[in-house]
Design a protein around this ligand. Structure first.
Ligand code: HEM
Length: 237
């Protein structure tokens, strides 16, 4: 007899917890090992490879984490638009599409956390917690970094209300979920206007291509919704 979805989730939870604990313990072990005098040679080699001691390392990490967070947010938004339009149903079962949508949204938040909080360790332009959590306090491009802060809160709100949907009701949940499109647009403007790499042709193409996909899916979703409403208005013969 196949288990229900929630029973499967309950069953998988201890494994997830064990895996997370194992990864964290391994990471702590590696960090501890690397801090010993015996590991000086290995540290020097890793430093020559990854430039850990360079003043720019946190800047490289925030840019890389920002771009990954952006692409995951984009994928989650595109996926979220494709679900009600049933565009994926031909290839994927709905249980998977909902789980995947939830998973990539959380992954995007994870990379966002790295993108934001690594800035507190920046040696060139260190950010205070207030500058990370309160919009428009940043010394660097305050307007566009501020738009990023607002986009972050919208992402967090949409994710949190997913887990509170039984309590707040599906109507409120759906209304709040539309904010994910605003979060995506805010993150796009933030990345383009506060990002160092926006002028690179490949990065410019990334923003243009991802934005056009969302534009297409949004128009498709609206057209399908209008069609459905029209069909519902026509009295059945
Ligand atoms: C949904 C939320 C966010 C997303 C998807 C996001 C994504 C990005 C992307 C893609 C870039 C461009 C990186 C590059 O050109 O290499 C960027 C730049 C930046 N972001 Fe965010 N960000 C978000 C929120 C935030 C928040 C809350 C802060 C907090 C202060 C922040 C601080 C910065 C800074 C300082 C830069 C400039 C880094 C640079 O390129 O020199 N971002 N972000």
């Amino acid at each position: 007899m196949s288990l229900s979805k929630s029973a499967r989730k309950k069953e998988a939870f201890p494994y997830g917890l064990a895996a997370t604990a194992a990864i964290l313990t391994a990471a702590a072990g590696v960090a501890l090992g690397l801090s010993t005098p015996q590991a000086a040679g290995l540290r020097a080699w890793l430093d020559s490879l990854l430039a850990f001691s360079s003043a720019q390392v946190t800047w490289y990490i925030t840019r890389a984490a920002g771009i990954i967070a952006y692409l995951l947010l984009w994928l989650s938004t595109a996926w979220g638009l494709a679900i009600p339009s049933k565009l994926l149903d031909r290839w994927l079962n709905r249980a998977f599409t909902f789980d995947f949508h939830q998973f990539i949204s959380l992954l995007s938040l994870g990379f966002l956390g790295l993108h934001m909080f690594i800035l507190t360790a920046d040696r060139f332009l260190p950010y205070s917690l207030a500058q990370i959590l309160v919009p428009f306090l940043s010394d660097y491009r305050p307007l566009w970094v501020g738009v990023g802060v607002i986009a972050f809160y919208l992402c967090a709100l949409v994710s949190i209300t997913y887990y509170l949907r039984q309590r707040i009701g599906m109507k409120a949940f759906r209304a709040i979920h539309y904010a994910s499109l605003l979060a995506y647009l805010g993150a796009t403007a933030h990345g383009i206007f506060s990002g160092t790499d926006s002028s690179l042709p490949a990065v410019f193409l990334m923003y243009t291509g991802t934005f056009l996909v969302i534009l297409f899916l949004t128009v498709y979703w609206l057209a399908m919704a209008l069609q459905k409403r029209k069909a519902a208005e026509v009295p059945s013969q």
